[in-house]
Design a protein around this ligand. Structure first.
Ligand code: EPU
Length: 334
């Protein structure tokens, strides 16, 4: 059943070359269940877009490749759609647009698969998947039982869910169900960069397709394509600090970008902190910090996961020294 000593380079968007001693591709829940019946201590891989592999893996690696998208309910103004975990996220968003289903267009071009999208509640340009999410089915690794989780049970937060916290490592997400609009779409063009892109494109009354096109243009101009330069999107989360702490930094950097989270809390862009700390565009061997977006760490070719991790730790300690802020990694380290 398992292939032996397989390179995981094609299966992680960082393009890190580590070996899995045992590796298997799984196309159905039934096969997954039979594997889990024999092996409880496994590593589940999906789109590989949110991991940094730092060593060869001796535990069995299971690559989820279950496919399929189906409309399970049609209503007057919306549909309920279920996509299997192994579907590529962006291709799923494109399928929604081809069918004129609205809700996920701001999340165009995010790397990864459908199954991992709820894991960290993927988000971009004012939208998170929790906004269209209905439920998901997941298999419990210990028992092989399949359970349904509704939105509350997933405990979504900013790049967070129950599957990254209390239930970490306990479930494999099999499929995700979304509620999508079929008419009177809610257009989410509130983000400054989106407004600007639509203006440049000469779009006055944007459709969901226009929003997707704008997002794709913005992401292509700022973020490296993992097929060309290995990366995992934002490496750190944007930190939230107290108003008092923020005022202190702002007195030195009056132009510092920020978002108010509440009366007392301010979110500051990690990319800005990393840039001001002097790392933007820096290279340490084949590991580096992207030249257009300092929040994205990259593998130019043959960097090891440990080299990327070492660079990330250097960034964390410099940002801590400069701003007294601890940057939390968004990416899972294996
Ligand atoms: N900035 C800098 N220097 C940089 C990067 C950013 O000064 O090198 C400043 C920008 O000028 C801007 C602010 O930081 O004022 C925010 O930058 P941006 O709009 O690029 O967004 P971000 O906060 O860096 C977040 C998400 C992205 C998501 C974008 C758009 C996180 C950790 N990242 O990035 O998500 O695409 O907003 O909504 O929340 C991902 O999670 O992998 C990801 C790419």
């Amino acid at each position: 059943m398992f292939q032996k000593n397989v390179s995981l380079k094609p299966y992680n968007t960082f393009g890190i070359d580590v070996i899995a001693e045992k590796f298997v591709e799984v196309k159905s829940a039934a096969t997954l269940s039979s594997i889990l019946a024999m092996h409880k201590d496994v590593i589940i891989l999906s789109g590989g877009s949110n991991i940094l592999l730092t060593k060869d893996l001796s535990k069995p690696v299971v690559l989820l490749k279950n496919k399929g998208i189906k409309i399970i309910e049609r209503h007057d103004e919306h549909v309920i759609v279920q996509a299997q975990a192994g579907e590529n996220w962006h291709e799923f968003v494109m399928w929604c647009l081809e069918n004129n289903f609205g809700g996920l267009e701001n999340l165009s071009l995010i790397p990864g698969n459908v199954g991992t999208s709820p894991m960290q509640n993927i988000g971009a340009y004012g939208v998170e998947i929790k906004d269209s999410f209905v439920s998901l089915e997941a298999m419990e690794i210990q028992t092989g039982n399949t359970l349904c989780f509704n939105k509350e049970e997933c405990a979504f937060g900013y790049r967070e869910s129950v599957f990254k916290n209390e239930l970490k490592g306990q479930y494999v997400i099999l499929n995700v169900t979304f509620k999508l609009s079929t008419k009177n779409h809610v257009i989410k063009d509130g983000y400054g960069v989106i407004k600007q892109q639509l203006k440049e494109d000469g779009v006055v009354k944007p459709t969901i397709q226009n929003i997707s096109d704008a997002v794709i243009k913005i992401r292509r101009s700022k973020l490296p394509d993992p097929k060309e330069i290995g990366n995992s999107g934002s490496f750190f989360k944007n930190p939230v600090i107290s108003e008092e702490h923020f005022k202190k930094i702002q007195s030195t950097y009056p132009d510092m970008p920020f978002y108010k989270v509440s009366e007392e809390l301010i979110k500051v862009p990690a990319g800005w902190l990393v840039e001001i700390s002097g790392f933007k565009g820096k290279r340490f061997g084949d590991a580096g910090v992207h030249k257009n977006q300092a929040l994205v760490l990259v593998n130019y070719d043959k960097a090891t996961g440990s080299e990327v991790l070492e660079m990330a730790r250097k960034i964390q300690s410099t940002v801590r020294r400069n701003f007294n802020i601890s940057l939390e990694m968004e990416v899972n380290i294996l």
